[in-house]
Design a binder for this molecule. Structure first.
Ligand SMILES: NC(=O)c1ccc[n+]([C@@H]2O[C@H](COP(=O)([O-])OP(=O)(O)OC[C@H]3O[C@@H](n4cnc5c(N)ncnc54)[C@H](O)[C@@H]3O)[C@@H](O)[C@H]2O)c1
Length: 349
């Protein structure tokens, strides 16, 4: 086991570890939650003490929470007992939520099995599920006591899911300053190896990307407010996903599109260096993201933005980048947002 980071929360530490594949499942788990795609990856799992949810976002609901709690009761899980969530962000979010409310919180280990959950969802303590048609409406803050990561488990991950995680890796790399940024250097120089999931490349890239999230989360605990920067591209992305009913684009595709729009916006209002913005556009394209126009009316995307949770004083604020590692969070003139979304104004009306 190799420790990537330990985040010190007021209620205890959360350790993020790189482990060998055989060390992924803790031996003292009382209940392990999988989904239909992750359970078969562990043929030796203890069937008595495991539960498999249907795969995908539609299972991120109260029914799954109830199933986990019922199973916890059935296996007589006690307050100091351990629940483990093994899967992508859906399983890790919903399992962590159940663990946070079961007997006011039991022990929790997360085993992320998608690139996105490794570099993003499993770290940082946000739990939750979708309710009333609203994504992540209900949730708690409950960091896992341990997060166990092994890139080998990504071998079976479908290509589109791997690519989706790469959008978050790119985002993390852009949040670090240019100097002393081996993650950015690697994703620029080793695109081919990374896309081929070369084990050595992943063993280098994943801990570096996780460390960015862990550092930002830790800085936020000290109330420097930096966590909002992790939303780079996400105000646009959430609006695109909502406007297309969360069905057309993967989250990562939407995030890649969102980062591109944040670059356009920053360039337009004069804070983003145009040359660097172009290099970054090329970097994103090199990972196969090609949503140039999202095939949905820009007015619908803008309408979806108006319900964004990060609004302040009625204005939507966007994370933009002056350059690598120089994020800013600010509102923008509506005319600039319209221009970036491609909303044409009829000047005569
Ligand atoms: N808590 C947070 O801070 C946070 C951050 C980002 C995203 N999220 C949440 O994460 C969720 C998205 O996570 P995701 O992209 O991992 O989606 P997901 O959990 O739906 O996983 C994607 C698909 O990959 C399958 N899968 C998982 N691991 C596999 C493997 N190793 N081999 C083969 N198939 C595998 C799953 O069964 C599923 O079909 C969203 O609900 C989002 O809200 C949470």
């Amino acid at each position: 086991m190799e420790e990537i980071a330990t985040i010190a929360y007021p209620d205890g530490d959360s350790r993020i570890l790189m482990v060998a594949r055989k060390e992924l499942l803790p031996s003292d788990a009382r209940l392990t939650v999988f989904d239909g795609n992750t359970a078969p990856l562990f043929p030796d799992r203890d069937l008595e003490c495991s539960l498999s949810l249907p795969p995908g976002e539609t299972a991120k609901n109260w029914t799954s929470v109830e199933r986990i709690i019922n199973r916890a009761l059935a296996v007589e899980l006690e307050r100091d007992g351990l629940i483990v969530g093994v899967g992508g962000g859906v399983v890790t979010d919903v399992t962590a939520f159940a663990a946070s409310i079961y007997m006011r919180g039991c022990r929790l280990v997360l085993v992320p099995t998608t690139l996105l959950s490794m570099v993003d969802a499993a770290t940082g303590g946000k739990t939750g599920f979708d309710f009333g048609g609203v994504k992540n409406l209900l949730g708690t803050f409950y960091p896992a006591h341990e997060v166990r990561i092994c890139p080998e488990i990504l071998e079976t991950l479908p290509e589109r899911e791997f690519q989706s995680g790469m959008a978050e890796v790119i985002k993390h790399a852009l949040l670090l300053p240019e100097e002393n940024n081996p993650l950015l250097v690697q994703i620029r120089d080793e695109c081919e190896q990374i896309r081929a999931r070369d084990p050595e490349a992943l063993m280098k890239m994943i801990p570096a990307a996780v460390k960015v999230k862990a550092d930002v989360v830790e800085a936020d605990l000290r109330e420097r407010g930096e966590r909002a920067f992790l939303n780079l591209g996400h105000t646009f992305a959430h609006a695109l996903e909502a406007a297309t009913n969360f069905s057309r684009w993967s989250h990562g595709e939407a995030v890649a599109w969102g980062i591109l729009r944040a670059l356009d916006l920053g360039e337009r209002i004069g804070i983003t260096d145009p040359q660097w913005a172009n290099q970054t556009r090329q970097l994103i394209a090199s990972y196969g993201f090609d949503i140039v126009t999202p095939q949905v009316a820009p007015e619908e995307i803008k309408a979806a933005m108006s319900s964004d949770k990060k609004k302040k004083d009625g204005h939507i604020r966007f994370v933009m980048l002056k350059g690598p590692g120089q994020p800013v969070l600010q509102s923008v003139p509506e005319s600039d947002l319209d221009a970036v979304l491609g909303i044409e104004k009829n000047l005569e009306s």
